[in-house]
Design a binder for this molecule. Sequence first.
Ligand code: SF4
Ligand code: SF4
Length: 345
Amino acid sequence: MSNISVPEPKSVGLILSYRCTAECTHCMFACGPEWEEDLISYERLEGTLAELSKYIVPGPNGPDSIGLNHGLHLTGGEPFLHYDKLLEATKLADDIGIPSIFVETNSFWCGDEETTVAKLQELRRAGLNGIMISVNPFYLEYVPFENTRRAVNAGREIFGQDAIVYQSEYLREFERMGVEGTLDLNDYIDRQGGDLERNVEFFLSGRAPYVVPEYDISGLTARSPEWWFDRPCRPPFLREWHNHVDNYGNYIPGYCGGLTFGRIENMDGMLSEGIDRDDFPILSLLVEDDFDGLYDLSREYGYREAVPGYYSKCHLCLDLRRHLYDRGNFAELKPDEFYRQLPDG
Ligand code: SF4
Ligand code: SF4
């Protein structure tokens, strides 16, 4: 059988560390304050950026401008927790000629206007082309809305149209609601009459499937494994845009926390020869979208169907993988800490 073809990393998020100030319900990488810092080293940063520079493509408006699924975004975890590393990464990426560099943030650090503006100006001088400010009810549990507003204002002043608010409907909604400080997710859901899913882009992967039962969200239904077998990954699992590389050197497909195609330093070989299916049996099944097969493999390792079922295909995928992680030695199930940080099933 042929090797697995690996997608080129045309747009990548570089995870400087998985540690975060927040512990958002929807976090696909299950980031939070309990993670080891394990900040990316200078050597790994240099090597990773050199590899990525061969493949990353600029945003639609050129290398000095950004697009969500173009260029390089510096992320985490929360990258501003390690401001000096963020600055170092920006300078290195710019020096090496990587186009369309932006940072993604939850705005926790924007406690006053002067600091917010000064840091963004410094980053801009270092070569940052833009910023993506995360806004939705999951962040609002942890980050005072005043900080978000400050980040948006400073971001727009310094980066103009390259300050992206994701998602801007929430910025407008929280303004309309007159939110001050933080807002408990349960309170927000109550105000929406339980209708969370309709409004939020919510993939129910990473931490989410294990914590959503704590909330009174209407429309969430747990299904049998078979119900999910033939449903496609959303967005597609194999794609060239918005993949990730982490601080441990893992090349991660899309938003699939806890999975890797292999080591970033082997990128050229991965792309030219593909990866051997025998070395990556789980990845091989996922590439084939053979969830039936993944389920059978997990059953061979003693897996029992979860009760009451699965809220999403990613939930099923993750539950099977975490079971296999605990019982086998699978090179594609990385980083180890991801599986340790998942909430109990
Ligand atoms: S979604 Fe972002 S802000 Fe929230 S826990 Fe994950 S990395 Fe942190
Ligand atoms: S089902 Fe698995 S492989 Fe597919 S997108 Fe979700 S986590 Fe990734």
